[in-house]
Ligand binder design. Sequence first.
Ligand code: A3P
Length: 320
Amino acid sequence: EYPNLAAILDRYKEKIAAFPKEKGWMGLDLYMYQGFWYTSQDVFSIETTLAVQETFQAHSTDIYLATQPKSGTTWLKALAFAVVNRKRYNNITLSTHPLLSTNPHKCVPFLETDVAKKTPTYLPENQPRLYATHMPYIALPQSIHDSCCRIVYMCRNPKDVLVSWFHFGKKLSHTLLTQMTLDEMFEVYTKGLMPYGPHWDHVKEYYKASTEDPTRVLFVTYEDMKKDTANKVKQLAEFLGYPFTEEEEANGAVEDIVRLCSFETLKEVNKTGNFRQGVANDTFFREGKVGGWSNELTDEMSQNMDDITTEKFQGLDISI
Ligand code: A3P
């Protein structure tokens, strides 16, 4: 599946041996690099991050969709893909639109997985190149920092992210993973011992970058996207340089994209098949709700998380 992966995993063995190491999410060894925790020996890992940093060349027309896992990555991929490619698939009610047959993760590759493939999924003639990543802002390759390409970051309420991680973990059946109770996952999550954690620091960095240069980094929340999807899609399109014309708006193009990328539509499309070995397409579509955490977290857990969020996000205007 990833022909370059073995060589990448091997290449950084010595380097990562010197990084701080702790047990974290699902019992995995996590490595601290530039202030964040990473898994090892996987396609989403410290090794692929280092490989991306070392080899990836950004183009000024590129678009990057950055998230922490379980924050709405799949949704953001679908929305950005549909917006940017809407001329190519201009009648999205036809069943020929790729999102009506293909997992959004196959339409928009991750930098982390692309570096492990033999040939990049996105060829230069498909401008703009649309990529996603879970890498923290600080870890993005220098060529992205140096270019004027656009970055969209989506964050989500950490309590919903934790619950989403928990259910996601239950669906994974990799031998290296140890199942965790919600209590145990709460423990590692609040300590930041998650792939690409700590959650709060990841959010803060992108938030800061968006305030420093709002033309380059757009910061959106899952919650706002849920509340007012049409207006947020318009904002996204404008930011990406693909604003909807008056005619398109009058013809319902925005609503068509909202519907195409809705949880209900995508869940139905992805109810069968596998995204990658051991990960079914439907793993990415569970409830798709805001505030579902209240059915699962205890009052104490909730209070504890609120305290961390208040402290970490002090002075930031983030409504989640
Ligand atoms: P829940 O587990 O709370 O349902 P990611 O894509 O970053 O892995 O995040 C997965 C979360 O996004 C899951 O949350 C999933 O249900 C939700 N999700 C996936 N597609 C969505 C969509 N089209 N609209 C809203 N939420 C979506």
